[in-house]
Design a protein around this ligand. Structure first.
Ligand code: PHE
Length: 349
């Protein structure tokens, strides 16, 4: 009975071919079981089978069809499972991998200090003047020097070697010109002038560890009736204790600035001061210049020095930051090296 052998041979070969098939299983199904497929082809031979054998051969044919159908189904399932696993494997998330770090920026260390100074003085009722109109970095000789009681031939001009743009226009060497600019605009019927002016200043210095051709100052000024040196000292003590800590003290030493008389140099104690301490154990460091505004300055700004008195001070955030953080080279602040800058976080430390 050749047909039964052929059917059995097809079954055996189908088992192998299904097993080995790694491509599209549907193609193989069509080839084996389709209308023009191999099984259909063989079963066409049924017409030649003797009548008494047809039933048996038919059963063998059905068995072959069922077996092949079932194997194809299994193979299809196995292939789908394999594909799914492959996809899952590819998309697997390894929760043990380190997460991606989001670097959050922070203000520059000098800006942090300026912000802190501003907050303190805002709390004392000062206004902050830092806009380009009232606090310009490109200044006139008149506001930077002459109105600050430094006429053209004044020897103290040498203290601040200047970048001139024209003989009358320069890069400001100090924030003191903002004194005159705010005095001019101030309406005394609304009370005394109390302002600070933080900003950049420029000097024709050769850059080294302690000098930079550009650095920062915070100018401060109070103009009103009966303003005294005690007001100056109290104001400076409050900002120094804000910046250095409450156990720190200040002292004033006589100094000279053309725009203040008397003028003082202000030191803050580097160590904390306790009441029973031997004064000689206090370590003083110089932090700023200040004084009672010279009557000439008030007069040039249209203020009557017999009616009003004033104090002013100029504080250097760069110097403060160097002292506070033990930075020994001012140029570090201007190199913009993130490794250096990211160390400073006055709010978070
Ligand atoms: N402008 C001075 C300087 O640059 C500092 C200062 C300001 C001193 C105000 C006294 C009063 O050195």
């Amino acid at each position: 009975m050749g047909l039964i052998e052929d059917l059995t041979a097809l079954k055996n070969s189908a088992v192998e071919r299904i097993n080995d098939n790694n491509a599209d299983i549907e193609q193989l199904r069509i080839k084996l079981l389709g209308k023009k497929g191999e099984l259909t082809g063989l079963l066409k031979g049924m017409k030649d089978v003797a009548a008494e054998n047809r039933k048996m051969v038919g059963e063998v044919g059905n068995d072959v069809r069922q077996t092949i159908t079932e194997l194809l189904k299994q193979k299809k399932r196995a292939q789908e499972e394999y594909e799914l696993n492959k996809q899952l494997q590819a998309e697997k998330i390894d929760v043990t991998l380190p997460g991606s770090v989001h670097h959050v920026g922070q203000p520059h260390v000098l800006q942090q200090i300026i912000d802190e100074i501003e907050q303190h003085f805002l709390g004392l009722g000062f206004e902050v003047i830092d806009d380009i109109v009232d606090s310009p970095e490109v200044e006139t000789d008149e506001y930077n020097f002459e109105r600050e009681n430094l006429p053209k031939d004044h020897p103290a001009r040498d203290m601040q070697d200047t970048f001139y743009i024209t003989p009358e226009i320069l890069l400001r060497t100090q924030t003191s010109p903002v004194q005159s600019r705010s005095l001019e605009k101030h309406d005394f019927s609304k009370g005394p002038l109390k302002m600070i002016a933080p900003g950049k200043v420029y000097r024709r210095d050769t850059d080294d560890a302690t000098h930079s051709h550009q650095f920062h100052q915070v100018e401060g000024m109070v103009v009103g009736e009966n303003i005294t040196m005690a007001d100056l000292k109290g104001t400076l003590l409050s900002i120094m204790q804000e910046l250095f800590g409450e156990k720190h003290q200040i002292r004033m030493r006589p100094s000279y600035f053309p725009f203040t008389e008397p003028s003082v140099e202000v030191d803050v104690s580097w160590n904390e001061v306790t009441p029973d301490m031997n004064p000689e154990d206090i370590e003083w460091i110089e932090v700023l210049g200040a004084g009672m505004t010279h009557p000439n300055v008030l007069r040039m700004d249209g203020i009557d020095p017999d009616k009003y008195s004033a104090f002013a001070f100029g504080l250097g955030p760069d110097r403060f930051a160097m002292l506070k953080y033990g930075v020994d080279d001012i140029r570090q602040f201007y190199l913009n090296d993130v490794r250096f800058l990211s160390q400073f976080n006055r709010k978070g430390n």
